[in-house]
Design a binder for this molecule. Structure first.
Ligand SMILES: [Zn+2]
Length: 138
């Protein structure tokens, strides 16, 4: 995921600064389960000291705008970011707030869908709410 994000950024004319590299590394880290901007800032600071929260926000906004990553907005929770932009279901744990990816068992061809529904899909957001394996053990 990391190399594909960097490749897309280079295509868009981004310079990969140490700060941006650190942010991308955090985004690509699957053990972080869709971090928020503050988590990204905290984790990326461990990799590069010269990083400000405003740089994190600016970079995340720019990556979202270009469609390289996705922002997940919530009413009652901090926005979260994900580097996996392929269609998938986000499994959201109501207890620990972890967000896990679940790949769709079937993929829908957008062209075929447009032909049948006459609806042009530009964005998808599939969410299942519940309790993750760790929280269910408790
Ligand atoms: Zn959980």
């Amino acid at each position: 995921m990391k190399t594909s994000i960097i490749k897309k950024m280079k295509e868009q004319g981004f310079k990969i600064t140490p700060q941006r590299a650190a942010i991308i590394e955090v985004l690509a880290d699957e053990t972080l389960h869709h971090p928020g901007a503050n988590d990204i800032y905290r984790q990326a600071r461990k990799k590069t000291k010269r990083l400000g929260l405003s740089t994190v926000y600016a970079t995340l906004n720019e990556l979202c705008r270009l469609g390289i990553i996705k922002m997940l907005e919530f009413d009652k929770k901090e926005n979260r970011y994900e580097g996996n932009i392929n269609p998938h279901i986000n499994l959201i744990c109501k207890n620990c707030n972890r967000i896990l990816d679940y790949n769709l068992p079937v993929s829908i061809d957008p062209k075929e869908f447009l032909k049948k529904s006459r609806f042009w899909v530009t964005d998808t957001r599939l969410e299942y709410y519940g309790y993750c394996r760790e929280c269910r053990k408790k």
